[in-house]
Unconditional design. Structure first.
Length: 268
């Protein structure tokens, strides 16, 4: 890449960052960025909430913009009597091949679940209790592509394995992925929340906009916000890597803090 091309790309990136900053400043008029919140991430055996399994769940608890707790739980489906283990192995192997083909790490093999995992019912009850407490306290939950993926899997598992029909509060889930996407959209797409529109409704409306925006956590946000550099100072997951639930949940803390800073400064 020659110097002229690099300078042009830098100017383009600066312009995009400037426009995103203006968007976040406008967004903050409708959403007050919280000081206290919890980030979550899940890793699964596949893409279908009714058929696939949550293999690990990670969380990062933030108080006054600082991490106070971060961890993850693996779910040991290998010993569950109601699981078709041949099918589970097949699903895990298929997803592993897809991830490896994309050059991404895969950390929840069948053997890993057996070695690191806890009773799935116990783990699911832990997170159900967490979410119920958060809703009572009106605490924001942060998840990347949360409404379309993490939330659907959690709801399905709470129903199928705990027999609990849990629903998430429509205005208490901050979908950092769709928010990142919205910040890049043209005004013609109405990229800001409408009057009386919940975060859930806003998220699904924006998710339906096809405009070529990039907002993947590792494929976009990592480069724009240098999240791994920020993770370097985090002692909770020194040996972590992308696509480990606890590590990615902690990354979301740094991402929402970057969003908050943009809302205050109006630019990078």
């Amino acid at each position: 890449m020659n110097a002229v091309t690099q300078t042009t790309l830098n100017r383009q990136q600066q312009m995009v960052s400037h426009m995103a900053g203006l968007w976040f400043k406008a967004f903050a008029k409708n959403f007050k960025f919280p000081s206290n919140y919890t980030c979550i991430d899940i890793e699964t055996s596949g893409l279908f909430p009714q058929d696939d399994f949550i293999c690990s769940v990670g969380y990062c608890v933030v108080r006054d913009h600082a991490i106070v707790d971060a961890s993850e739980h693996y779910l040991d489906w290998t010993r569950h009597k109601d699981v078709d283990h041949a099918d589970l192995k097949k699903r895990l192997q298929k997803t592993q091949k897809i991830m490896e083909k994309l050059g991404k790490g895969f950390y929840h093999t069948y053997d890993t679940l057996a070695k690191k995992g806890d009773d799935p019912v116990k783990v699911l009850n832990f997170y159900l209790d967490m979410f119920e407490r958060m809703e009572r306290d009106r605490e924001v939950l942060v998840a990347h592509n949360g409404w379309a993926f993490d939330i659907e899997f959690l709801k399905s598992h709470f129903h199928n394995w705990l027999r609990v029909a849990y629903t998430f509060e429509p205005s208490l889930v901050y979908d950092s992925g769709v928010i990142e996407k919205a910040s890049q959209l043209h005004a013609d797409h109405d990229p800001l929340p409408m009057p009386n529109e919940s975060l859930m409704d806003f998220t699904f409306r924006i998710a339906g906009v096809h405009a070529g925006a990039r907002w993947g956590l590792d494929s976009h946000c990592e480069d724009v916000y240098k999240l791994s550099e920020k993770m370097a100072g985090c002692t909770h997951f020194e040996d972590g890597a992308d696509h480990q639930a606890g590590y990615d949940a902690t990354k979301l803390h740094f991402l929402i803090e970057e969003h908050r800073l943009l809302s205050q400064a109006g630019g990078v």
